[in-house]
Structure formats: C-alpha cells, structure tokens
Design a protein around this ligand. Structure first.
Ligand code: ATP
Length: 217
C-alpha cells in the first residue's frame, strides 16, 4: 500500500483517486474549490483545500510521504505549470502531469516530469486497439511500438500447438505465459498445446499483432 497525492479534483483527478483507493492505496485529494473538496472528503483518505500554485501551501501538505503526485489540472495550463514547478522546487521525485495541449506537453517535459498523460488520446488509442483486435482482453504499451497483450484463446483453436497459431511470427513473438483456470504455464515449448479459453500473455510489436489478429479470431 502506498500514499498518493492528486491535485485537481475534476473528473480525471477523481477517477484516478478513486481507482487508487480501490487498489488499496491512500490518497490525499487537493483542490482550490472548497465545494469539490467537501464533495469528496468522505471518499478519499484526506481532502484538502489548497491553491497548488502556492509553494508554501504545498509544502504544508508534507508531500514527502507520497509515492507520486499527480497534477490533474487540464484546462488551466498556467495553474498546472506553476503547480509542477512548485513540486519540482519542493524536491518531489515522482510527478505525473495531465497535459491538455501540445504546448502544455512541451513545457511540462522541459520541467523534467516523469510521466505526461493525454487521457483523451490514450483512451482513443485504447478504444481503437480494442476494436481492431477484439480478442485482446488487455494490453500495455511498453514503448518503441512493443506491447504486452493478454489474449483469450477462441474455441476453434482448442488443441492447437502454439507454434502453429503464431505461424511465421513464432520466432519473433515472445510468449510469456499461458494461464488455464488456476494453472500458469511459463517457459513454453513450441509444441505447447492450447485449450479453448486459455489466457495467453505475449509480447509483440504492432505489426506482429496485426499478423496475429486474424489467426486468433
Ligand atoms: P476534468 O478532469 O473534469 O476534465 P479539466 O481537464 O477541465 O478537468 P480543470 O477543470 O482545469 O481540468 O481542473 C481540474 C480541477 O483542478 C478543478 O476542480 C479545479 O478547481 C482544480 N484546480 C485548477 N487550478 C487549481 C489550483 N491552482 N489549485 C488547486 N486546484 C486547482
């Protein structure tokens, strides 16, 4: 369990906060709008009224015990930038910032922020991926066009050896593991035989996924 601070209790900040709490973490929510702070005071571990552009006020929050601070201010770019700068000045190591425009992204990246989030774009890409590869349950982009994906084996592939399913991409796609009910198989041989509803976790590039998608449908 870790502690996080989320600055900005708009829809994005609140969703992130509630999900962190759902995962068992503790969250301090910060907003300058007292109505929003009152609204979420029961749901969050702590909710504080504070103008986050005020470095002194931020210092009082004692951010040192936060695993990361998420700046969830999108529209008001000036507030977001001044908040990020204040967090940097206070020596906060792990800062994540929601960016709304390209200019916002550029300036935030110059400030040396660890992770810049574009929720609309990221969600759009996720939806497109899900539509494009409907058998993909879940995926994580790990950079340079490489993905870790979770795929459920269709009944028509029951009793197929994995190398046959992967076809020409067999040598390039890395199969991490196969989960069958409660059993997990790793270090798989090419001859490993898949069963319907197995969950395969594999690592592949986008072009390998494009090749694999019709083979797994
Ligand atoms: P949403 O997540 O709802 O899409 P948004 O992208 O429109 O939000 P904003 O409305 O700009 O983002 O900001 C989100 C929250 O951040 C708001 O509740 C706002 O009150 C809060 N906020 C903005 N500036 C500051 C500040 N300087 N200090 C503290 N909170 C702030």
């Amino acid at each position: 369990m870790a502690h996080f601070t989320v600055i900005g209790l708009g829809r994005f900040g609140v969703s992130a906060s509630l999900e962190l709490i759902h995962f068992g973490h503790t969250v301090t929510g910060v907003d300058r709008d007292s109505k929003l702070v009152d609204k979420y005071v029961e749901d969050l571990t702590q909710a504080v009224i504070c103008d986050s552009t005020d470095e002194g006020a931020l210092r009082e929050l004692g951010l040192a015990n936060s695993e990361a601070v998420l700046v969830a201010i999108g529209e008001d770019m000036q507030s977001s930038l001044l908040t990020t700068l204040a967090l940097k000045n206070l020596g906060v190591k792990e800062i994540w910032v929601k960016a709304s425009t390209k200019a916002h992204h550029t300036i935030v990246s110059k400030l040396g922020v660890q992770r810049i989030i574009h929720p609309e774009e990221e969600m759009g890409i996720r939806v497109a991926q899900a539509l494009n590869y409907p058998m993909v349950n879940n995926y994580i982009p790990i950079g340079h066009g490489v993905y870790v994906v979770e795929i459920k084996v269709k009944p028509r592939l029951h009793d197929s050896p994995i190398f046959k399913v992967l076809g020409e991409a067999n040598s390039r796609i890395k199969t991490i593991l196969v989960k069958r009910d409660k059993e997990v198989f790793s270090e798989l041989k090419e001859s490993f035989v898949l069963k319907a509803n197995d969950i395969i976790l594999l690592c592949a590039t986008q072009s390998e996924l494009k090749y694999l998608a019709p083979r797994m449908m």
